[in-house]
Design a protein around this ligand. Structure first.
Ligand code: ADE
Length: 427
């Protein structure tokens, strides 16, 4: 790709366009950017390039003659090519990524004409210009910045300029969407974490997350682009997922926690029944038999170790925390090792009501669980979970729990008794 820029400021333009990626690409010979001084082509002694406008008015107009002579010369120097003469003008067609793609695909020689003052003689445009391009609805003092924008954007799409076509095929505007967010080290900066999915190394999940981010960002930041975007079947599915996520409830009431009483049993059984159904759907074979029963919770309540989470007045979760020193079963690790010898409480039967999924209610519950354990005199918290209980495991890892080993419980008929043990040292 050869780009000729006709300008009154060739030195400044060379300085900018000769740097960095474009500079290296020019050295490799994949692009050739020439900046030519229009003033060198005047046919008057004073090297005057502009004059007063016919009909009066403010400012000066660039004359057609030096522009035409300059253009003829660069055309001769460029030789026979698929050329396009473009006048940079606020009256032009809006320049965007699609226009850049078109220029790269259809031409191997662009001539960018930079006007100044109050514009250029209209007859030059009529006689010599193939099209006009604008870089936005505002007026610059000249076409130079606009020509640099077009040059940069076009050149980076020329094969061989960037190391890999992926460099630009995934980015903003390539397919009518904005780019997904990017992160680099460190993993935590100013308390802000790099999203977990990007640290996991599961490429399918990363792709899925990134595409959703592209769709959501475009919807929020550029509704105009989003309205013009035509999703395919896969994108339609992601849009539906996003819609569901958006319709999830936002917590506006305060969340509190108190000891459960026998009168709370109907609420507890309702929370239990919802949890059983969700576990079944997720094929996690716990709580699919008689355990835990009303008696289990009645005993928890009697020991004063069953707690209810309230969203306003509404029961939104429950858990049982067994105080240190009185474990009603001792979890023996078949492998691995507990991380701490500190007195520990044991978490059992924690549930968050299904309607609060994704609202942060589980994080509130985690906070109350740890507070309860500390009040019981514990300095660590232990618990068992099923290896397929992914939401629970994600919650635990997010809250700083560590895997300690496996435990074999006496299995209920037809169900697996293997559990994973987690532990957190409380501060
Ligand atoms: N020259 C002056 N303003 C311009 C703009 N917005 N786009 C292109 N060229 C220009």
């Amino acid at each position: 790709m050869r780009i000729d820029i006709l300008t009154l400021f060739p030195d400044s333009m060379r300085a900018v366009l000769g740097e960095s990626i474009l500079g290296r690409a020019a050295k490799k010979g994949v692009i050739d950017i020439q900046c030519t001084q229009i003033r060198d082509y005047t046919d008057n002694k004073q090297q005057q390039v502009d004059d007063y406008p016919y009909g009066g008015g403010w400012g000066c107009v660039m004359m057609a003659q030096p522009l035409k002579a300059c253009l003829d010369d660069v055309m001769t120097k460029a030789g026979p090519r698929k050329s396009r003469v473009i006048y940079m003008s606020p009256q032009g067609r809006p320049f965007n990524q699609a226009e850049a793609r078109r220029l790269v695909a259809e031409y191997d020689h662009l001539v960018l004409v930079c006007g100044h003052y109050e514009g250029i003689d209209e007859r030059f445009i009529e006689e010599c210009v193939d099209e006009e391009l604008s870089i936005g609805d505002y007026v610059l003092t000249g076409g130079e910045l606009a020509a640099m924008v077009v040059t940069d954007c076009v050149c980076r799409m020329v094969p061989g300029v960037l190391s890999d076509t992926e460099c630009y095929t995934g980015e903003s505007h390539w397919d009518g969407l904005l780019e997904y967010p990017q992160y680099t080290r460190p993993e935590v900066w100013e308390g802000r974490e790099v999203p977990e999915v990007l640290r996991g190394g599961d490429h399918a999940k990363i792709e899925h997350w990134r595409r959703k981010q592209q769709l959501e960002r475009t919807r929020i930041k550029r509704p105009d682009m989003f309205a013009a975007f035509r999703p395919d079947e896969a994108d339609e599915k992601l849009l539906l997922e996003l819609q569901r996520e958006r319709s999830r409830m936002k917590l506006t009431e305060t969340v509190t926690c108190r000891k459960a009483a026998m009168e709370d049993m109907p609420a507890i059984l309702e929370l239990l029944s919802g949890a059983r159904k969700r576990l079944k759907k997720a094929r996690v074979d716990v709580w699919q038999g008689p355990y835990p029963s009303e008696e289990t919770f009645a005993a928890d309540i009697a020991r004063g170790e069953c707690f209810l989470l309230l969203y306003g007045d509404e029961p939104s979760g429950m858990f049982t925390v067994e105080a240190p020193g009185a474990p009603y079963y001792e979890a023996e690790l078949t492998d691995g090792k507990w991380h701490s010898e500190a007195p520990y409480s044991v978490l059992h039967r924690n549930v968050v009501a299904g309607k609060f999924a994704g609202t942060g209610m589980a994080d509130h519950e985690m906070r109350f669980i740890e507070e309860t354990a500390l009040n019981q005199g514990a300095r660590a918290l232990r618990l068992l979970t099923h290896k397929k209980n992914q939401p629970m495991k994600h919650l635990l890892l997010r809250h700083g729990y560590r895997f300690a080993g496996n435990v074999e419980l006496i299995p209920e008929p037809g169900l697996s008794g293997t559990r994973q043990a987690f532990e957190k040292v409380l501060k």
